[in-house]
Design a protein around this ligand. Structure first.
Ligand code: GUN
Length: 284
């Protein structure tokens, strides 16, 4: 079994990105700018947003976090987005999800300028992505593809099973695996015989949001197992969707939690912001 070290790969890629950022600044005097908008005080979102800000600054980016009260109205949020859409020094705008229940997520995502939508959640970017002309790719699936590449795992011809069907992870992950010529099944909490379906997988990606949900009964000997889960156990410890200790006995490759997919998500978000900045400058 090989443990896929997302933390190490993320550190390497972020170092390369920092070098590219220095070069860009020397060339044109501009650094990529990422603004993250957080509405409310969801504890997990607070941690994610802090990590994004820290990594953006470490890469040499301009970074801003806009923290809005949970009681903010949708109109107020749309006005904040409109401001950053117009501001030339910000190349990436990310609205942290989930939003408070009184907001219309679709309307909010639609308000972000697609050329600054570094999450790739705007319908225009989703449409381009699904039709095979990607501009912005959702960060978590993009990070998983980088991990597979790093470890020499080619999905072509393989059976891939994605457990989870969210717009953020499950659906775009399935599209990337399909694009890489895997045969893809999207399974989920309502799939019948889920264990049996999962056991067919050469590559099993799990984003179901339930701690240690995937046990060894879901895993074929030699499978590659990717764990997107971020759950807290009864002691507050961060755990994945995969029961790592038992599944690692069967898997050929497996990502840990923490230190697997999570750090790659941030890395790809920064990379997309860098690319958005270059497109803004007409440099790529
Ligand atoms: N919440 C959980 N993951 C994500 C993500 O990738 N982007 C945003 N905007 N919110 C999230």
């Amino acid at each position: 079994m090989t443990r896929m070290d997302g933390k190490a790969l993320a550190a390497k890629l972020q170092e390369q990105l920092a070098e590219k950022t220095v070069a860009l600044k020397e060339q044109v005097g501009i650094e990529p700018g990422l603004v993250v908008i957080l509405v409310g005080d969801d504890p997990a979102s607070q941690v994610y947003v802090r990590n994004k800000e820290r990594s953006a600054l470490a890469a040499g980016f301009r970074s801003e976090v806009v923290r809005l009260k949970a009681s903010t109205t949708q109109e107020e949020l749309l006005a904040v987005i409109a401001h950053y859409n117009q501001a030339a020094e910000w190349h990436g705008i990310l609205v942290q999800l989930p939003l408070p229940a009184h907001m219309d997520e679709e309307a909010v995502l639609l308000a972000i300028d697609p050329s600054k939508d570094v999450d790739g959640f705007h319908p225009m970017n989703m449409g381009k992505f699904w039709s095979g002309h990607p501009v912005m790719i959702p960060s978590t699936p993009a990070g998983i593809m980088e991990l597979l590449r790093e470890y020499g795992i080619d999905p072509a011809g393989k059976k891939a099973v994605m457990i989870g069907r969210s717009n953020i992870v499950g659906k775009p992950m399935a599209q990337l695996l399909l694009d890489a010529n895997a045969t893809v099944t999207i399974a989920h909490s309502r799939t019948e015989n889920l264990e049996q379906v999962a056991r067919e997988a050469d590559i099993l990606v799990v984003a179901i949001g339930s701690g240690h949900f995937v046990t060894k009964d879901f895993v074929k000997q030699g499978a590659v197992v990717i764990d997107v889960g971020m759950n807290r156990d009864e002691n507050g410890k961060l755990i994945g969707d995969v029961a790592y200790d038992e599944v690692k006995e069967l898997a050929s490759y497996i990502t840990p939690v923490p230190g697997g997919v999570g750090p790659m998500t941030i890395t790809m978000l920064l990379e997309q912001t860098y690319q958005a900045c270059k497109r803004f400058l007409d440099l790529g």
